[in-house]
Design a protein around this ligand. Structure first.
Ligand code: ADP
Ligand code: MG
Length: 346
């Protein structure tokens, strides 16, 4: 690393920083199948056995606002977002360790509430919480979760596995978590202006829940296994569909076409976007925090997903020179660009 020159984080952004760290930290052990650069690291265990490891850090004021985030939901979410990265590798999560940074603003009961949420998530995903670390904090609550999972070498789905002519699939629906956040932020402003006002969340339950208490799609991973379907490439949608599709295309050295009218959106997300005078397409592409799965499959596997209630086929993979594009409803062909959540970029 160059010590004499100062480069601003904003110049290279979060992904630029990660690329530099990846160059700087080549893997030493030949047991490491995949180091920095996918949803989780992939490490060989016994013959064809794989261990996954991944970590996600949630910081108060950056990732959550305690003005409208119940601690129980926050505990659940901090586990779910980690489990999601193991799902994204087509793996099975097994256990987590949890680090928390606390100020004396929190009572023992409040911390127990946080852990009640974590326990609920551990039960939902059949994993165990087996340790962690506790420290004091002077700048808000921090929650660091590390998840370990297991799998078989031949079943791992990397970001880099997409093949030309693959179908692009997405689970669930898109943009709900982002619109839930907009509603929560609006109600917070209303409350700050007039603390007598009660938050108006009626009719917004689904999108608010998607923001506060997302699920990792382990159910879909199990379903794919029972269908005998192994995705060629996979990633979870934490930053937004556009950003994640670009990751798959970059790592797989391919291009893609997706269709606006194939993108799954819940009516509540659509209506709320309109209410906020936002374009539902922008929300689906760049919303983020949905924790759905984006994956590609061989065309021959189409019959296995065509009637699946949780899977939408949204487009197909082409060669890199065609770029990454979306056909909008007006049949315009537009390049997909990432405007998702990239720390450090303006
Ligand atoms: P995700 O959104 O799936 O959690 P990220 O975009 O956070 O993925 O990270 C992409 C890759 O970069 C992952 O392999 C992750 O382990 C790695 N990574 C992120 N931050 C760091 C860091 N500070 N040091 C080393 N590796 C990192
Ligand atoms: Mg991920």
């Amino acid at each position: 690393m160059n010590e004499s020159k100062r480069t601003e984080l904003s110049e290279i952004g979060e992904f630029g920083l990660i690329d530099r760290l990846k160059e700087f930290l080549p893997a030493k052990s030949d047991k490491i199948v995949k180091s920095i650069g996918d949803d989780a690291a992939v490490i060989k265990t016994e013959e064809n056995g794989i261990q996954f490891i991944s970590t996600d850090l949630l910081m108060e004021g950056v990732h959550f606002d305690l003005a409208y985030t119940p601690l129980k939901h926050l505990g659940y979410k901090s586990v779910a977002v980690n489990v999601s990265d193991i799902a994204a590798m087509n793996g099975t999560p097994s256990h987590i360790v949890v680090g928390i940074a606390l100020s004396n603003r929190f009572s023992v009961e409040a911390i127990e509430e946080l852990y009640t949420g974590m326990k609920l998530a551990c039960d939902a995903y059949s994993i165990d919480l087996v340790g962690g670390d506790t420290t004091s904090s002077r700048s808000g609550l921090g929650i660091s979760v590390t998840v370990v999972g297991e799998g078989r070498e031949e079943e791992v789905a990397y970001r880099s596995g997409a093949q030309i002519n693959d179908l692009i699939c997405v689970t669930g629906d898109l943009g709900a978590a982002f619109m839930g956040l907009q509603v929560l932020e609006r109600e917070k402003q209303v409350y700050l202006a007039n603390p007598e006002m009660q938050p108006e969340l009626v009719g917004k339950d689904y999108i608010v829940q998607r923001q506060l208490r997302p699920e990792a799609r382990i159910d879909v991973i199990k379903s794919l296994k029972s269908l005998g379907l192994k995705p060629n490439a996979m990633i979870d949608i934490s930053d937004g569909l556009a950003s994640e599709l670009l990751h798959i295309c970059k790592e797989s050295k391919v291009g893609a076409y997706i269709y606006e009218d194939k993108l799954p959106i819940d009516p509540m997300t659509f209506d709320t976007a309109r209410e906020f005078e936002l374009d539902p397409l922008t929300i689906m592409l760049n919303g983020g925090e949905d924790y759905e799965l984006l994956f590609t499959i061989a065309q021959a596997d189409y019959d296995k997903v065509r009637n699946h209630p949780d899977i939408s086929v949204i487009g197909y993979i082409k060669s890199a020179d065609e770029g990454v594009n979306i056909y909008t409803k007006g049949d315009h062909l537009v390049p997909v660009t990432a405007q998702g959540w990239n720390h450090f970029k303006a």
